[in-house]
Write a protein that binds this ligand. Structure first.
Ligand code: 5GP
Length: 191
């Protein structure tokens, strides 16, 4: 896509907002885009693959990477560390490839600080009640983690006005279409 600007499409949303489904749809619609695989110290969920969904490493390894300055940004929440690798982003940008991120709100704002060609997209859940229902149905968290995630969701929602776009996921099909239109508009801007 030499005619187009490589951009960083950064998605944030409280967990259970349908963000992962929307991000998968983006990668299907724009197969030339690359997903930024983050590094984390949390345990791998059953359906996840190391090196595909995340690079799963130990806390000790993570701390070494912080010291070595390997992250564009990193955050610690729910007792786990999550970080975006600078090398991953820079390699893709050097190849002219747009990259898709799925990070928390603070991570998104820090990515934009580091790379001005970032487009921040917030996926908003219809309501906190709906979010609780979705998280309960997903059933991947312990009760304590569930509570922490809801508190965090409330905090994340308070950041949505700092994003370039806010897409409400009341209807998944509509939200996917909306995101597709945003990306088409953003990549159609010639250099
Ligand atoms: P989960 O444990 O559900 O996969 O992710 C928990 C939260 O961490 C989500 O909000 C997810 O977007 C965020 N996250 C994943 N990778 C990164 C990262 O590299 N940096 C930051 N700041 N957040 C991340």
């Amino acid at each position: 896509m030499a005619d187009h600007k490589a951009k960083l499409f950064v998605f944030s949303a409280p967990s259970g907002s349908g963000k992962t489904t929307i991000v998968r749809d983006v990668l299907k619609n724009f197969p030339e885009f690359v997903f930024s695989v983050s590094v984390t110290t949390r345990k791998k969920r059953q359906a996840e693959k190391d090196g595909v969904d995340y690079f799963f490493i130990t806390e000790e390894e993570f701390k070494k990477k912080i010291e070595a300055g390997e992250f564009v940004e990193w955050e610690k929440f729910y007792d786990y560390y999550y970080g975006t690798l600078k090398s991953f982003v820079d390699d893709n940008l050097a190849k002219g490839l747009s990259t898709v991120f799925e990070v928390d709100v603070k991570g998104a704002l820090n990515i934009k600080k580091a790379y001005s060609n970032s487009v921040l997209i917030f996926i908003a859940p219809p309501s906190i009640e709906e979010l609780k229902k979705r998280l309960t149905e997903r059933n991947t968290e312990t009760e304590e983690d569930f509570k922490k995630r809801i508190e965090r969701a409330e905090m994340e929602l308070s950041f949505k006005n700092n994003f370039d776009y806010v897409v409400s996921n009341t209807d998944l099909k509509w939200a996917k279409e909306e995101v597709k239109k945003i990306i088409e508009k953003e990549i159609s801007e010639e250099i």
